[in-house]
Write a protein that binds this ligand. Sequence first.
Ligand SMILES: Nc1ncnc2c1ncn2[C@@H]1O[C@H](COP(=O)(O)OP(=O)(O)OP(=O)(O)O)[C@@H](O)[C@H]1O
Length: 594
Amino acid sequence: MAESISVSQLKCACLDPQWKNQWIQGKNPSTMSFSPLGTIPVYGAVFHKIAEKFVNWLTKIDNKSILAELSDEYSLWHKMYNDFAEVKLNKLLEKNKIESAYYLSQSLKSFCRRLDDLRCRTLNFSSWQDIFLTQEFLIQNIRFNTENSFIVISGQVDAVRTHPEYGLEIVDYKLSRGTSMKHDLVQLSIYSQLLSKAKPGLRFHGILEYYEPELHEVSISEKELEQIFNEIVYPVLHELTNGKSISKDMSKDIEDCYASFNLKVNIIDKIQAPQLVRYKTKPAPGVKVVSLANRAADLQVFLSLRELPIIEPAQGCVHIDIPKDKPDTVFWQDIINRSEYKDNKSPVSFPVGLGVNNKLIIADLADSNMCHALIAGSSGSGKSEFLKSLVASLIAKNNPGTLKLSIIDPKILTFGSFSNCSFLTGPIITDIFSAIPCLTEAVNEMESRYCRLGSEGFENLNARFQSGKHDIPFYVIIFDEFADLILAGKEEKKTFEALTARLAAKGRAAGIHLVLTTQRPDRTIVTGLIKANLPLKICLKVTTAGNSHIIIDKNGGESLLGCGDLLCCCGKDIERGQSPYITQEELFKLAGTG
Ligand SMILES: Nc1ncnc2c1ncn2[C@@H]1O[C@H](COP(=O)(O)OP(=O)(O)OP(=O)(O)O)[C@@H](O)[C@H]1O
């Protein structure tokens, strides 16, 4: 799911809007650069190759007499020509590219002159390693976070050198100039950001070396590079990831739509969330909130929305949630690295999603208001993805000694090849009738834990865990689609309800938690008993307002957008969020089953 891009591709995206659009459309445009018409074709790649090989060779010399032989620009050029350049230059001559061969040889000569200058400016020069820290340095898979997503960038820096005044300098060799100096600096600015992420704590000055064929150098400070990155590169990164959905400002359209029904409103603020834009709307005196809410269908038509907007009263304004055409994915990896989550020390807390206010919605199974969960949503609403991210979050915080999972997955697909995961109490249960023995065992386990906790003087497992005793694992039972068991027969339904009620009533203290999901949130499935016993309710997109009511006692679930858009209810507050997305590979890797 994560986008990855090379530095040359990113540079093209920054400099050529057509290139960028093709990339956004999923194409893979070429990054070939061409010499401007009417100029001699330059062979930048050949120059880079020869320079790289030569400097590599130089930095490996430890023989003093060889070093001494290369004491001026002429001897350096002589060596470079004989051992590294001659064959390439001859190839160009054979192809009758005489001017290009001449240009290249002159550029390489300038490069040798530059090497000599560098040697002279280096106090107590003892070897070429004193100058070249690294060259053609490969920086791979550096992750850049954008507003709601991230992109992975890889590239190869021409050279990193020591500089007597600035410390370290990143060098970009060029054989010709771009259309403006700023354009040429884009690549350098990307490298400086990549390097400072790859080598935290180090600071880099930048230098552009134009071999045209005489050397012209342009030196640029770390601050200027950062400014170019922020001004030119970062907005493009945003477009390449979330930017696919930089949403049109609809404030005026919303005001106009209401005005056409004689309802005067004023949009006072808007918030970008991954799946929607929330417009904070102030009704004029005399305009009823209910009249605004009643116009949801009109707004949908007027604004050409794919779903009804959700319109809700809030503190001092009305929230109008307008769905984005292309929602942004919230990546699990980003979420668990956020400090709000990292600071939460409960071993059984997990991020439910990213709220519209950009704050994480975190649930904690150790909390009595959230100790067992009911998750409902129609087919495709994101239940399985939600469960995967939940399981990943729990696994990431624990080890098989502190957490045990039982997974009942009649759909088979969700946790497919998860079976040899060391966190599991046994094989994944795919036969719904085997769910009953699993829950019965959990009840027995709960009773025996009660005795043990009582004899040790602990009120609950979490208190025991926090006191440093980690030998009894938290135990989470995940039942992905319990409807079939309820519908299997009266007896099954009764037994299931009774077991659920027992576990729900006393499970939290024993560190045993239930997570039940269904795609059929009607009264036959989500019975009063089940609903009452599972305090944490997650409503993904459901088919009807009635379904939404059954889960969260409120409409709204029917207007959600699917794909992890959710309403989370624990107690009286209901929060809208977007659930994190984890890839199958990431999950299996984490679970040690990849
Ligand atoms: N949090 C999410 N972020 C991004 N995409 C999502 C998210 N959740 C779901 N999706 C998208 O929606 C698709 C369907 O999700 P999922 O399989 O979880 O639905 P489901 O509710 O389990 O459906 P079913 O009940 O039919 O199995 C996923 O394959 C994915 O493409």
